[in-house]
Design a protein around this ligand. Structure first.
Ligand code: NAG
Ligand code: NAG
Ligand code: NAG
Ligand code: NAG
Length: 239
């Protein structure tokens, strides 16, 4: 009983001495977690060889990719149809114009990427994060749409990168409609970035889709004849 006031004071003093320490500890923990996340992002982009094969440097931050209401984790395997329509993208935007590039470096397969990179979505002059303000070059096409035209095999990676422009600029790109696959192959993101002097990527992410899983779906006759046509074109071009 006699001890309790001093115990209380001791506890209080301990609490006081902890306040600045605990606060700085938790903010330094946050900083450490942030640093670890950035390192993981950099390491992943390097180990997947996205840097320097596809993009010139690792992204500054992970792009948030939201398909059909679900946030996709870095490298996450998603069901085929989840990526049917274009995703919502979030990044730490500034008062600037951006170019968004989504490509598949594994077409038609990771072991034989003759068509790499295959363009899935390219849009420039996007003001802040307002996609509708942008100028579309390659209209969005999902993994299933590509499979209707190209004999995609195995697991593919789809990279989405956001580059910052120096201002609103003039692009001399042809417009590729959603259903057009012929002009989508043999794209080079790094070359595009260099040509238009884009900065970054300021944010990027990637996800994976298993094309083998779709082989369970029988090829319709229309798809089969389209695939045969594409196979002919590819063999004529020696691709
Ligand atoms: C989108 O999400 C809804 C609700 O979660 C789900 O029922 C639907 O199947 C999803 N659509 C696709 C194409 O994944
Ligand atoms: C986004 O851009 C479109 C087209 O330029 C414009 O009509 C719309 O108001 C913009 N939205 C916002 C939130 O600024
Ligand atoms: C893509 O473009 C970059 C930059 O111009 C070049 O260094 C690289 O060799 C090109 N990659 C391919 C596969 O042609
Ligand atoms: C594809 O065509 C063949 C012969 O023309 C026909 O027998 C078959 O039923 C068709 N299959 C489908 C899935 O339409």
């Amino acid at each position: 009983m006699e001890n309790s006031p001093s115990l209380f004071i001791q506890a209080f003093l301990t609490y006081l001495s902890c306040v600045p320490l605990c606060v700085s500890q938790s903010s330094s923990e946050e900083a450490a977690a942030e640093e670890a996340a950035e390192k993981l992002l950099r390491d992943t982009f390097e180990s997947e060889k996205f840097v320097p094969d596809i993009i010139p440097e690792p992204p500054l931050e992970q792009l948030q990719v939201i398909y059909n209401g679900t946030k996709v984790p870095l490298g996450g395997l998603i069901p085929f149809d989840q990526a049917a329509n274009r995703p919502i993208l979030k990044w730490d935007e500034r008062d600037a114009f951006y170019t968004i590039i989504m490509t598949d470096p594994d077409s038609p397969s990771r072991s034989d990427p003759r068509l790499s990179e295959l363009q899935h979505w390219i849009i420039g002059n996007v003001y802040r994060r307002n996609i509708s303000s942008g100028e579309t070059f390659a209209e969005y096409t999902g993994p299933r749409d590509a499979r209707e035209f190209v004999v995609e095999e195995g697991t593919h990676r789809y990279i989405i990168s956001v580059f910052e422009q120096m201002g609103k600029q003039v692009f001399t790109e042809r417009r590729i409609p959603r259903e057009n696959m012929l002009f989508r192959g043999l794209f080079n993101t790094s070359k595009f970035v260099k040509e238009y002097r884009l900065r970054g990527p300021v944010a990027a992410s990637y996800f994976t889709v298993d094309h083998e899983a779709t082989k369970l779906i029988p090829e319709s006759n229309a798809t089969a004849s389209k695939n045969a046509r594409i196979r002919r074109i590819l063999s004529d071009k020696n691709l």
